[in-house]
Design a protein around this ligand. Structure first.
Ligand code: FE2
Length: 402
């Protein structure tokens, strides 16, 4: 293993194998050169949340994040057991689903986990083949390939379980021209708040239990054909009180990135343990959404009531010019504007990135969003981990969960 990108101010390092360094230097395609990608993924199709009250959750995501009304299914469309609202913003689709009676298994998920992500759906060209290739490599089936049809064509979906009760659905929609998928109607609303500039899902992070990270890394390698292209251990990701470990998994074309975290021993309880306690098991920790104007997006989100983790201290921003200079990059944004909004900056050899994290979006301290703008950097803000975790620890202290 070789260490690169040493960050002297925070004593953080990426540890990468030679093969992994190549992946960063030459692009992931090189790793896959010559190898057949048995699970080609075209992108994220949708993210489905199971929630206690989808009508109210939909209002929140429209009002606060600027998602647009897109599709609906419920009693009026013949769905007797559950209601789903589909919201859209550029390439991002969120589905918010709630059960209509006590017998629906969706209730069990909500009772145990609270509101949370049930499905991370992946857009594929062939949902049947995706199911066969992954189940034959050991994936546990969630839904066999199923064809849904209406007058606009057909959608084929299949699903497998990943960590916890979370599911990957494979969605094949090449023969469908309607709104979202069969069973849904277009959702027209008189209430349409402006978008906030969110473009697409950059990455989605899963929290898994003690000593389970490598099990899931191997699962993504074996079952999904992903590669581990960045790793951080507890010696690199720690504060005075707590620690965690993380490995970033990516599919062949680099469009899908799933970092996986596990807790590590520290003096106090880490944010990952807090998540696992309140979610009552592994699950999706955060959804990172990309914008190309983070200053505008974050100012807008703040004005709509979204709360972010506390702004890093003065010394953090004083160190930024040096960190960028170290890699010969020039900050194009006004640092005072970034500071005012609490946006963090990290740099690597290829460029820099700007990022900020919301507080948990529900009462249980579980799921949150990250807003990210990449200016060439392909990392995940390792240089910000310490400042970020100290900020989370201040919140944990208030919650009595540190
Ligand atoms: Fe992230």
């Amino acid at each position: 293993m070789i260490s690169v990108f040493a960050n002297s101010s925070l004593n953080l390092k990426y540890i990468m194998s030679k093969k992994e360094i190549q992946s960063v230097e030459y692009g992931l395609e090189k790793i896959f050169e010559g190898a057949q990608d048995f699970l080609p993924l075209l992108g994220t199709d949708y993210v489905e949340f199971y929630v206690g009250n989808a009508k109210q959750a939909a209002h929140f995501y429209k009002t606060a994040f600027g998602f647009q009304s897109y599709a609906y299914k419920g009693l009026e469309t013949g769905s007797r057991d559950s209601v789903s609202y589909v919201l859209k913003q550029d390439k991002i689709r969120l589905v918010l689903t709630t059960p209509l009676n006590s017998k629906s298994p969706i209730n069990d998920h909500i009772v145990k986990h609270g509101d949370g992500v049930k499905v991370v759906a992946l857009w594929v060209d062939d949902a049947t083949k995706s199911y066969e290739e992954t189940t034959k490599r050991g994936a546990k089936s969630y839904m066999e390939p199923t064809v849904e049809k209406d007058e606009f064509g057909e959608v084929v979906r299949s699903g497998i379980y990943t960590y916890g009760e979370t599911v990957h659905m494979f969605v094949e929609r090449k023969n469908y021209k309607g709104t979202f998928m069969p069973g849904f109607v277009e959702w027209k609303s008189d209430y349409n708040p402006e978008p906030t500039g969110l473009k697409f899902i950059d990455h989605m992070v899963g929290n898994v239990g003690w000593n389970e990270m490598n099990t899931w890394v191997k699962w993504y390698e074996d079952v999904m054909g992903f590669v581990n292209f960045l790793s951080f251990d507890d010696k690199q990701i720690h504060t005075e009180y707590s620690a965690l470990m993380s490995k970033v998994m990516s599919n062949g074309n680099g469009r899908i990135k799933f970092p996986i975290n596990e807790p590590a021993e520290g003096k106090k309880r880490s944010q990952i343990e807090e998540y696992l306690d309140f979610y009552e098991g592994p699950g999706v920790q955060h959804i990172a959404v990309a914008t190309d104007d983070i200053i505008k997006t974050v100012a807008d989100l703040r004005s709509r009531g979204i709360e972010f983790l506390s702004t890093p201290p003065e010394e953090y921003y004083n160190a930024v010019p040096g960190r960028l200079e170290e890699h010969s990059h020039e900050l194009r944004e006004d640092i005072e504007a970034l500071k005012k909004l609490g946006i963090m900056i990290d740099a690597d050899e290829e460029g820099y990135l700007l990022q900020i994290f919301t507080k948990p979006l529900e009462d249980r301290p579980t799921l949150f969003f990250e807003i990210i703008q990449r200016m060439g950097a392909k990392g995940f803000g390792a240089g910000n981990f310490k400042a970020l975790f100290e900020s989370i620890e201040r919140e944990q202290e208030l919650r009595g969960t540190l």
